[in-house]
Design a protein around this ligand. Structure first.
Ligand SMILES: Nc1ncnc2c1ncn2[C@@H]1O[C@H](COP(=O)(O)OP(=O)(O)O)[C@@H](O)[C@H]1O
Ligand SMILES: [Mg+2]
Length: 228
């Protein structure tokens, strides 16, 4: 599962919460931070007297480094969760890189990024946390670890909406409290993985859960009541 959206939309908060909830209800899941290294590069930039990472590496250089770092993080997350047979809860995924490239105006690099990221499977579910840029701005300022401009946050919202993958996203209103956002995510999962009668078994009372590791099973049914 992937949680995507602009900075300050609550991805990290919700991805941690979701991995913990799934695990507590019998679906072993691991949180993965698929960072592109901007925050870390920002610290290096300031240490060497540059304003921000873009000032250090240039726009194209920064998008390249970010794409490589995020690619490595996603590859590691996929490999390790496959080996451990655990659901991967991805805090950012490939589409975040395409959105980042669009929001930073580096459209020509997108085809290259897509060529490299193509090997990654699409998530079973991608949640797009949609938040008002002004609310995201407030949250980032309160968090106090980094800074984004309103212009950039608005451009990021537009970038996610413009992606060809956008129709496949499950859009979650992320303006509410953390508990409300979690409840919306869990509601979707409950609906998606609700046990359904087998085709042709109309009238039977027995319901069969979908097969495969992504089918969370009956434990998920208890999540909504606990998280709401
Ligand atoms: N629904 C919410 N309402 C208010 N504050 C939130 C909410 N979700 C997260 N926060 C806080 O806002 C900041 C940004 O959230 P975070 O999860 O880091 O977002 P992201 O990973 O998308 O940048 C954090 O300080 C977090 O504690
Ligand atoms: Mg985060």
């Amino acid at each position: 599962m992937a949680l995507v959206g602009i900075d300050g939309s609550g991805k990290t908060t919700q991805a941690h919460q979701l991995a913990a909830l799934l695990t507590a209800h019998g679906v072993p899941a691991t949180y993965w931070q698929n960072a592109g290294g901007r925050r870390w590069l920002g610290r290096i930039a300031r240490r060497v007297g540059r304003r921000d990472p873009q000032h250090l590496l240039g726009r194209t250089g920064l998008l390249f480094v970010e794409s490589v770092l995020r690619w490595l993080a996603i590859a590691r997350a996929l490999l390790r969760s496959t080996l451990r047979r655990r659901v991967a809860v991805m805090d950012r995924y490939a589409v975040c890189q395409y959105a980042s490239i669009r929001a930073h105006g580096g459209h020509r690099s997108e085809a290259l990024a897509r060529a490299f990221y193509r090997i990654f499977p699409p998530p079973d579910v991608t949640f797009l946390l949609e938040v008002d840029p002004a609310e995201a701005y407030r949250r980032i300022e309160t968090r106090g670890t980094d800074h984004e401009t309103m212009e950039f946050l608005s451009a990021s919202v537009a970038a996610y909406r413009s992606l060809p993958e956008h129709p496949s996203f499950v859009v979650i209103d992320a303006n509410g409290t953390p508990a409300e956002v979690t409840a919306a995510i869990v509601d979707h999962l409950l609906e998606r993985y609700r046990p359904r009668p087998e085709p042709g078994a109309a009238g039977t009372v027995e319901e069969v859960p979908p097969a495969g590791p992504a089918a969370p099973g009956p434990g998920l049914a208890r999540i909504a009541t606990r998280s709401a």
